[in-house]
Design a binder for this molecule. Structure first.
Ligand code: ATP
Ligand code: MG
Length: 577
């Protein structure tokens, strides 16, 4: 491709709307343009990156026995009503009506559609395991579409669905996909980490892992153990309860006047007590039910764990001020479990059950109780692991201090059990002619998000630094001046030679100053630049520059193609090392 013909509108300025580097650079380097919030047009260079990621994904899915299909984007409401997800999905679902007023949605995911297919087409155990996948647009009307391709409302996903005879078979499929994902992200040249994950709205009963591309800008917080292989999304990370040493610092059971001490910080300062002696009591509302949720003052409630433990509400969140006042007769800040109204369900974190002299709100403005013993001075209805795990605390597997990292969720694998096959009646006949439910799994990779994540990981002040396997082109040839005939001719000759050798090459044949060409080449992030200038050429040489290391070598014109090929070959062989 010649740059003079390449549709690659670059921008000098950083677009104001772009908060993260990948979004800024994709706009500046002419990879995407916005059509509406979270909806983008992919320009030629951007699309090449996407196609490369898709190809890697496709090869690895096929290698595990996956078969590619293409499911409809427009899906009838009835299928979603069968699983109950027409309501559960809420405002994230794009809904529409046809001319007959029938309801449809634009597929945010495809469990319903594929289960509908399988229930009619799969009859016998002999037809399984079955692994079907597609690479296609997904539609989610995200509450906060942002960060460009990272969180779009229309985005490209690879989704594979596995159907097995039993749970053991489903776990074999799960392991296949887990292994394939390791290969995919390694082949893309990314630094990543698989972590234990929550199952979210897709839900199921078995295992789930997320594949996190590590980047400081990542929306997800991860904890991992440097000593063993434990790693989890903090949404999911198991806490290791640690009791607080008890040396009776609260001075015995009293009702103390704590004027204005509404927050844990206020109260800890006022009583001169570590936060770990205080009880944080929060009123939560899950659909129509309210709960008093207790964690230690130095801990945070993990709402995902809370919701899972309580059985999964459509909506779970802190109760409004009105609800607090109505149910407990007091303002937030002085709420506590002692003397809570009869029938109020009290849910406590594991560590709360270990406290033996806690301070808690007295359900009276400006008053707290000291030396309260949970389980004795008030009843606890449910004890669960409810809190957020933090870096520095003990690994639940081996006890070593956990470390924290941030990541971008680029993929997720789920064991779905029989959630969908049961709801939709996807059954088969086993060897004994008995009807059984198919056991399912689903496995997604955000293709467009992976492209953005790669930029978050690989960039510098000048632009993108593509890992070779997903770079839009491998190299760019830059003739410094077209007026110098020898330069122009050599550049052209090399370009043709590279094309014949199958090297993915771009020739910057524009009549621009070299500075402009270099800036654009760095911005787009071509892994290699071959500069043809009159000085070096006088010695029969051209300059070969590695975008990543910045290393520049003078190479004889006759051998530059071999060098470039070796470089690319080497990079593709050793990705992920
Ligand atoms: P998130 O928690 O980030 O909203 P999710 O867990 O809802 O994502 P999944 O249903 O697991 O997403 O979808 C599989 C993959 O699709 C994700 O791992 C991610 O790479 C990608 N993905 C999900 N939502 C978006 C989005 N809004 N824009 C781009 N990619 C997305
Ligand atoms: Mg996910």
């Amino acid at each position: 491709m010649r740059v003079s013909q390449l549709f690659n509108p670059t921008l000098r300025e950083v677009p104001a709307e772009a908060e993260v580097v990948s979004h800024q650079l994709m706009l500046r380097a002419g990879f995407i343009r916005k059509a509406a919030a979270g909806i983008y047009t992919h320009l030629p260079l951007g699309l090449r990156v996407i196609r490369k990621i898709e190809q890697i994904v496709r090869e690895e899915m096929d290698a595990k026995g996956g078969q590619e299909v293409l499911l409809p984007i427009v899906q009838p409401a009835e299928l979603w009503q069968e699983t109950g997800r027409w309501d559960v999905y809420g405002p994230e679902m794009f809904r529409l009506r046809d001319r007959h007023e029938r309801e449809f949605c634009l597929g945010p995911t495809h469990e319903e559609i594929i289960t509908d297919l399988i229930r009619t087409e799969v009859r016998s155990y002999k037809q399984m395991p079955l692994l079907l996948y597609q690479i296609q647009n997904k539609y989610r009307d995200e509450r906060r579409p942002r960060f460009g391709l990272m969180r779009g409302r229309e985005f490209i996903m690879k989704d594979l669905y596995s159907f097995d005879r039993d749970q053991a078979g489903a776990m074999v499929s799960y392991q296949k996909m887990y292994d394939a994902y390791i290969r995919i992200f390694s082949r893309c040249g990314l630094k990543f980490r698989p972590v234990e994950a929550d199952q979210g709205a897709i839900g199921g009963t078995g295992a789930s892992h997320e594949f996190m591309v590590l980047a400081d800008s990542g929306e997800a917080a991860v904890v991992y153990c440097p000593a063993c292989d434990y790693a989890a999304n903090v949404e999911q990370a198991e806490s290791h309860p640690r009791p607080v040493p008890s040396e009776n610092p609260t001075g015995g059971r009293k009702k103390v006047h704590t004027p204005g001490a509404k927050s844990i910080d206020d109260l800890s300062g006022f009583l001169n007590l570590p936060k770990s002696y205080l009880l944080k009591a929060l009123l939560y509302q899950g659909d129509e039910r309210v709960f008093l949720v207790l964690v230690r003052g130095d801990r945070e409630v993990n709402e995902i764990k809370l919701n899972n433990a309580l059985g999964g509400f459509v909506q779970l969140g802190l109760a409004s001020r009105e609800t607090i006042v109505k149910t407990l007769g007091v303002e937030a800040g002085f709420v506590g479990p002692v003397g809570a109204p009869k029938g109020m369900e009290i849910v406590a974190d594991l560590e709360v059950a270990l406290m033996n002299q806690a301070v808690c709100g007295a359900n009276e403005v400006d008053f707290h109780f000291t030396d309260v013993v949970p389980g004795k001075d008030f009843k606890i209805d449910h004890i669960f692991d409810l809190r957020v795990v933090e870096a520095g605390e003990g690994c639940p597997k081996c006890g070593a201090p956990l470390e924290a990292a941030r990541g971008i969720e680029a993929g997720q694998v789920f064991n779905l059990g029989t959630k969908y096959s049961k709801a939709m009646g996807a059954t088969y006949l086993d060897e004994n002619g008995q009807e059984q439910l198919c056991v399912m799994g689903c496995y997604g990779i955000g293709v467009t998000r992976t492209a953005a994540a790669a930029i978050e990981q690989y960039h510098d002040a000048d632009g993108i630094i593509w890992p070779i396997p997903i770079a839009p082109y491998h190299c760019i040839i830059v003739p410094v001046s077209l007026k110098d005939e020898a330069v122009a001719e050599t550049a052209e000759k090399l370009y043709r030679e590279f094309l014949t050798l199958g090297i993915e090459v771009v020739l910057d044949d524009r009549d621009e100053r070299p500075g402009v060409k270099f800036k654009d080449a760095d911005l787009v992030g071509y892994p290699l630049r071959i500069t043809v200038g009159s000085k070096a050429l006088a010695n029969g040489q051209v300059e070969l520059r590695d975008r990543k290391s910045g290393q520049t070598d003078l190479i004889a014109v006759g051998t530059v193609a071999a060098h470039v090929r070796a470089f690319i070959h080497n990079a593709l062989e050793h990705v992920g090392d």
